[in-house]
Every structure is written in C-alpha cells, then in structure tokens.
Design a protein around this ligand. Structure first.
Ligand SMILES: [Zn+2]
Length: 226
C-alpha cells in the first residue's frame, strides 16, 4: 500500500514538453557594455557591487540606469507634455497575439508603402524586424518608422508597435512618429532582439517593471510560438 503523492510519469512530462510552445527571449541583456542611445556615456547602465561575501555579507549590487535602457515600453509622457505615465498601460495591451514583420530589407526607414504589403488589421500588435536586430552596437543610421508609416498604423488602429532599434524614430523634428502613435493610443515598445525570430504569428508577452508616474519602464519581452 502506498500513501505517496501521485507523481507525474515520464511519459506525461514528455507530452507536456512537446505541447510547450517555443519561447523566444526577445529582450536585450542589461549590462554595462550594452548598446545605448547614440553611445552616450550618461545613458550607460552602472552596476556596482555594494557588499559581498569577502565582507561577511550577502552579495548585493546597485543598478543605476535610464528607464529607456534596452528593451522598454514608452509611455505618452515621454513625448507629450502632460501625457499619461507608464502604469496606465495595462498588461492586456502588452500580452496577446502579435505578428513579426520582416523589414530587414528596409534601408533608411519604414514607410507607409512598406507596411501596406502586410494587410495590417485594427488591434494588431506589430513587431518590426529590421537590421538593428543583427547589431549589438548602436547604429547611428538605424532603420526607423517614418512619420507616414506611423500615421498609417495609427489610422488602422493597431494596438502596439514594437521595434528592434533603441528608438522608433530618428532625424525627424518634433518627434512626429512617437507623437502620432501616442495620440492614436498605440503602445510603443523599443529595443527588441528579433534576429532568431522568423516573421510570422506569435503570442507576445511584454512585462514592464511595475513602476509608476514616469515616462517608460524596462521590460522582459517574450514571443511564444513554433
Ligand atoms: Zn523609449
């Protein structure tokens, strides 16, 4: 007679593992030598050991970093005076079906014309895979979403647009890409790593650090799929 807890058989575990979707970690690693916006020294994260075992104490580190470091979610306050702050973006907006678009051929920027080919629908979460995913250095001439592309996505009413560059735009006075998306209630995510992810449909999970009252939050980002 046995009173032990029921245990999972190896067979059942195997089946469960087979049913598990593939997990793509599409986040940047946060470390001191990582790429930062325009390579500015002030934007590099600092990680210092503040106590350790040699001192007979638990090992602890102090992290100092800009909230726009690596993979992160922008809140409207970043580009709109009086805009909403990061805690107003619900997890329901950040988790769910998503589509990775292959834009690795784009040279300077992503235009409305580039996006029209994909028959993008209202409410979609769109991830832009560009040449930035293939560089661990910050590309001063990174491929960005041009204003007309942002207007096109906002007019469709997509739910979220994410890019693998550290910024969704550059070289545009008055930040029209950010502002058009933010005014259109489109969530902006920046700094993804999509090199290993084929274009197609996935389940997206973006989990920003739970912060409040500020303009962005660093996030862990995953895609679940085949
Ligand atoms: Zn940002």
């Amino acid at each position: 007679m046995s009173f032990g807890c029921p245990t999972r058989t190896n067979k059942r575990l195997e089946v469960e593992l087979e049913l598990m979707p593939k997990i793509y970690d599409i986040s940047m690693t946060i470390e001191e030598g990582m790429q930062v916006w325009k390579n500015y020294e002030a934007k590099k994260p600092r990680i210092e050991n503040v106590q350790n075992h040699d001192q007979g104490k638990p090992h602890e580190s102090l992290l100092t970093m800009n909230v726009h470091t690596g993979t992160h979610v922008d809140a409207p306050l970043h580009m709109l005076a009086g805009g909403e702050t990061i805690e107003t973006i619900s997890l329901e907006r950040l988790v769910g079906p998503a589509r990775v678009l292959d834009l690795t051929h784009a040279k300077e920027c992503i235009t409305k014309e580039d996006l029209e080919l994909f028959a993008i629908q209202k409410g979609e979460r769109i991830l832009l895979k560009t040449s930035s995913s293939y560089s661990e250095e910050f590309l001063l001439d990174f491929v960005f979403l041009r204003e007309d592309g942002a207007r096109y996505l906002a007019d469709i009413g997509v739910g979220l647009v994410a890019t693998d560059a550290l910024g969704i735009e550059r070289a545009q006075a008055e930040y029209p890409t950010h502002r058009t998306l933010m005014r259109g209630d489109v969530i902006i995510v920046e700094g993804l790593r999509l090199k290993d992810v084929p274009a197609g449909n996935y389940t997206l999970v973006i989990a920003p650090l739970k912060m409040t009252g500020i303009d962005a939050a660093p996030a862990r980002a995953l895609l679940l799929g085949d």
